[in-house]
Design a protein around this ligand. Structure first.
Ligand code: ADP
Ligand code: ZN
Length: 525
């Protein structure tokens, strides 16, 4: 390792105790700190709440010079600086929220050696004038917080982060520490590349969040499902993620109409409106935020009790980041996702518009992993952690699959009923209509088509609409039905359906997981 120009003046353990009041390092902290003190570049991958800040704050106080922390958000800087000052640490930030005089004052303090930790925005630190100023100071360490912002693939991408390797060129002897809660391998690689870290010491902590219970619910009537869920939450704080701004607005309105305290958040709103929602949520004035992925970094609220995905996210990485905003206080929290298998096709079609071929392929691969996570029938946590190269031998006992294992049944009879209904209706109708036919619904559309006269009309009235929807989706999945997207998604029988009609083999289907959550809640009680 390159020798550091800064001398170690105080021992890390003493600082941890005297300044932060903790008697022991958490897993990984001490080795990372020692590597930094030895002048080595480091990459710290720890989940949210894992204790990343200590990893650079302790070296900042142990070394004789200044530690410069690059942070992407003004609110994050302000939080950190006020926490540090409360502990008696000389910390400050510089960004464009300060006027000239205030900035000037900080510069003076820097030159007099009155500041140990300086938080700066990436665009600021890259300015020529600012780099000039830095070169007159004794810098011990650069810490790059939220380092995944270098990655083009995530939605937290910040162009200035990609230029931070300039710091390495300007200050080759100053060690750099990159920190992130994103564990995905491609992002990890990007960080090392883009920042120009030289043979970094990499620490990867466990990404497990044992207090978060993962549940995937089949999407039937999502709005009704959502309202029922929210009613049970009794004013707990939560976030609902949707893919489009339009849907965010619609759902926030519906929830508010139902008498609950909810607000929308997306990039189409003004800065003031967004700030208002974020602050209101932090203060518990707003209980529920319905948001796009724009609602992300900088939400440091400890008591978020649930994160609900109304639509399937585009990658496991986003899913993990978003669900990770629940339960930061370590108390029980829930991550729920509504899943309609048809959404997989919808999202895939959306990728077709991406022109850059390499980018399209990466997006597709990431989504494929997400889709198989959603469709899987094994412990959710094992799959999630496995994606981050972390293997757990035992199922977790705290996800929908562990709590309510999927059951299969002989579905030959219901499959025959469903398939013959499709056949009688001349293979011209979609899922919703076939469900109505099976249930014997009294609608004008059915009467106009004279379908109430069909022999199959109402043959499935003993089962709920959700049951039939789930069965039909499974038949599509098993290749017994196909959907003709050129004909309004009309259901068609495939060659394979013949064997089912003839009863040539017993068809195993999964028992529909209707209101999965309610079933296992009773079990837990
Ligand atoms: P992250 O930035 O990784 O999300 P933080 O740095 O905010 O996490 O740390 C999360 C919490 O854990 C903070 O309250 C912090 O003070 C606490 N913490 C960090 N290190 C230790 C430690 N060694 N012992 C006890 N608590 C710690
Ligand atoms: Zn599990």
């Amino acid at each position: 390792p390159i020798p550091t120009p800064s001398a170690v003046v105080r021992s890390p353990a003493a600082i941890l105790k005297q300044v932060f009041g903790y008697s022991e390092f958490r897993d990984g902290q001490e080795t990372v700190i020692n590597a930094a003190l030895n002048g080595q570049d480091t990459l710290v991958l720890l989940p949210t709440g894992g204790g990343k800040s200590v990893c650079y704050q302790v070296p900042a106080l142990a070394l004789s010079g200044l530690t410069v922390v690059i942070s992407p958000l003004i609110s994050l800087m302000q939080d950190q600086v006020s926490q540090l000052r409360a502990l008696g640490v000389k910390a400050a930030y510089i960004n464009n929220s300060l006027n000239r005089d205030e900035q000037q004052q900080i510069y003076q303090q820097l030159h007099s050696g009155l500041i140990k930790l300086l938080y700066v925005a990436p665009e600021k630190v890259l300015q020529h004038e600012f780099k000039e100023r830095l070169s007159h100071l004794n810098i011990s360490l650069f810490a790059i917080d939220e380092a995944h912002c270098v990655s083009h693939w995530g939605h937290d991408f910040r162009p200035h982060y990609c230029r931070l390797s300039e710091l390495k060129q300007h200050f080759p002897h100053v060690p750099m520490m990159a920190l992130t809660a994103t564990a995905d391998k491609a992002t990890r690689f990007d960080i090392v590349q883009q920042l120009g870290l030289t043979t970094p010491y990499i620490h990867t902590g466990s990404f497990d969040r044992p207090n978060i219970r993962y549940t995937i619910e089949e999407k039937f009537k999502p709005l009704a499902q959502l309202l029922r869920y929210l009613k049970e939450q009794q004013n707990q704080s939560g976030i609902i993620y949707c893919t489009s701004r339009k849907r965010v607005d619609e759902i926030a309105e519906k929830i508010a109409d139902a008498g609950m305290n909810a607000a929308a958040y997306h990039a189409g709103m003004s800065n003031e409106q967004r700030q208002f929602v974020q602050t209101g949520f932090a203060r518990d004035d707003i209980q529920i935020v319905v948001a796009t992925v724009a609602f992300g970094m900088g939400i440091n609220k400890p008591n978020v009790r649930f994160v609900l995905h109304y639509d399937i996210p585009k990658s496991i990485e986003s899913y993990y980041q978003e669900t990770g905003r629940a339960g930061r206080d370590g108390l029980a929290a829930e991550a729920i996702m509504y899943f309609d298998p048809a959404d997989i096709g919808r999202v895939r079609r959306f990728f077709e518009d991406i022109e850059d071929e390499q980018r399209r392929r990466v997006e597709e691969q990431r989504f494929n992993a997400m889709a198989s996570f959603a469709e899987a029938q094994t412990c959710r946590r094992q799959i999630l952690l496995n994606y981050f190269s972390e293997y757990q031998r035992e199922p977790c006992g705290n996800c929908d699959i562990c709590l309510n294992p999927p059951k299969s049944f002989d579905g030959t009879l219901v499959a025959q009923q469903a398939l013959s209904c499709v056949y009688r209706a001349e293979q011209r109708f979609g899922l919703g209509y076939i469900v109505e036919l099976l249930r014997g619904a009294n609608t004008s559309r059915i009467r106009d088509n004279n379908h109430h006269q069909l022999s199959t009309y109402g043959i499935g009235k003993d089962h709920s609409s959700e049951f039939w929807l789930s069965i039909l989706r499974q038949l599509i999945h098993q290749g017994l039905l196909s959907q003709d997207i050129t004909q309004g998604s009309a259901l068609r029988l495939t060659e394979g359906a013949r064997a089912i009609f003839k009863g040539e083999y017993a068809l195993q289907l999964a028992e529909p997981r209707l209101q999965a959550k309610h079933v296992y809640q009773d079990k837990l009680a």
